[in-house]
Structure formats: structure tokens, C-alpha cells
Design a protein around this ligand. Sequence first.
Ligand code: 2P0
Length: 328
Amino acid sequence: MADPIMSQATARAHSNIALIKYWGKRAGPRNLPAVGSISVTLDGLYTDTTVVFDRALSSDTAELDDKPADTARLTPFLDLVRARAGIETRASIVSTNNFPTGAGLASSASGFAALSLAATRAAGLDLEPRELSILARQGSGSAARSIFGGFAEMHRGVLDDGSDAFAEPMLDADDWPVEIVVAITDRATKSVNSSIGMMGLDERSDYYQAWVDHAETDLASMRDAIAARDFETVGALTEMSCLKLHGLMMSTRPGLIYWNPATVAAMLAIRTLRDEGTPVYFTIDAGPQVKALCAPGHGESVARALERVPGVLETRRTALGPAASVIA
Ligand code: 2P0
């Protein structure tokens, strides 16, 4: 289309948490994952992003939570959208998270999913969810999953052009209303972001090939367990994928430790709750927060228990959330 003087759109995308984790990239320039992943999208954690393409701008600008943000990762991403729309106009991006940014709560997932939707709509494009997921992946691997609500699976794909590396919906949020409780143990931005943490793993970790080799088996088991609504198996696979991920991180030169003492205390508290009969399992991403996966109806009691764990600053309880959507 011809570049309009100004065009804008606002989108909301929800954060997601992987049950079967993504970590590591295939060779190539398009942010291709080395392994598939399976996630749940969260109702209570989201990013709202407004993109304005404005011919008065000489470069892209960005603001996150009312502060200027670096455009180094954003301009190449907007260039993908501009190329697709056949426009050259620069854009302003204004984004807000309703949760701490960069602290292991998947802000890049909700952020790049919201940006993908807002930027394409503002540029006059109306992409199918799969195309949007492929685009979002190029911003951040986990963002490909936040295009969808409920349970979603990200495919690693095999093609160099990334056209088969996208996420797909598995179950809607209402199909199986499991709950998530996030125990926040530190609000600071993490020291090693995920993209850097997972760079060059084949050279940096002796465990990496084993991680890649076992991914398909874990994904297949998780697919079956979700289809059967088998909470205990979903939970056990989730906890094991988390521990394998952190084993891989710790084995990476230089060893990456994202946990603090409260992280470990919360993990152990969740295991104690389980021993006492509460259906709950933990997972942890590239940060110190602990996410408790709770069977339907158990979120409140788990939140109360985690609030009593020394070092847990606060908890957030959330249901599963919807797909990314345009809100203005
Ligand atoms: C996941 N994480 O599956 C895993 C588990 C964190 C731990 O995906 O380089 O920000 O932008 O593709 O998506 C975080 O990594 O990395 C992530 P990039 P991303 O959720």
C-alpha cells in the first residue's frame, strides 16, 4: 500500500509459560528453535502495545512502561513488517506490561506477540494466526506461542526459511481450566537474558545434544497427557522439563544460575504441598520466579501457601488466557 501519513493499532498479548521448554537455536538467521515447546498462555500477565507509523518520524522510537526503550532489537523486527507491507515509514512503539519486565515472566513473549499484531495491523496487513506466529518468532522464540490462548505447541520445524517453525493452538483456556500461581522472589531485571544465555550451546554445554535428542519424546508425552487431561502426568513432565532446562543452563560455560534461595524454597514447598495431597507442580524460566501449575480449583490454597515461603515477595494467581487481539 502507499505509505499513509499516519496509521496506528493497539494490540494486547498475554504472557505464556512453557511446560515443555524451548532453549537453544538451530543454525541460521531467522531465530529458529532447536526444539519444539508446549506452553500455557496466562490471563493475568499481558502487554499492551500501540504502534504508530508516522511519516513525520525519521527513526523508530520506543517506550516501555513510560521510559524510553532501546530500538536495537525493534527496528530489524519492524523492517520485516515494513518489507511485507511495502512501506518505509518509521514507527513509534508504546508498550506497557502489567507485570515486572525482564524478570523471568516472559515479557519478551507477550511483548513481541503484541508488537507483531499491532505493527502488522498498523501497516495495513491482516495476517493469519500462523503467519503472525512465524513473524513473532523472529522477534522472540517464545512470542510465537503467545499469539494463541490456552495450551499451544511450538514446532521447531526443519526448513531453513522458518516457514514451518510456528505455534499452533492445542486446547482453549476454557477446555481445561488449570491455574498458575507465580511466586515472585525478585523484581530486578535478570542479568543474562535468554537470547544470550542460549547462544552457541553446542560448544558451551556437554549436555546440549542430550537435551535436543530427548525433546521430541517429551513433547509427544506431553501432547498425549494434555489430550487426556491427565494432570499428574502433565505436571510431572512439566517439572522434569524445568529441571532438565536448569541442568542444561548450569552446565553451560559459564554456568548459568537463575535461582535464588527463595526459588529453591518455593520449589521444595510445592513438593511438600504435593506430598500432602495438593495437585501442584513447579516450573521456572530464565529468572528466579517460580510458577506453580495447579489443578483446577487449587490456585488459591497454593497461593496462600507460597506467600508463607521465606523470600517470596508476592504471588500472582492467574487462569489461562486468550489469544492476542487488537484492542484499538
Ligand atoms: C521457554 N524460555 O520455552 C523458555 C524457557 C525461557 C526458559 O523461551 O532468543 O526470550 O528471544 O528466542 O523466547 C525465553 O527465551 O528467547 C524462553 P529468544 P526467548 O519459554
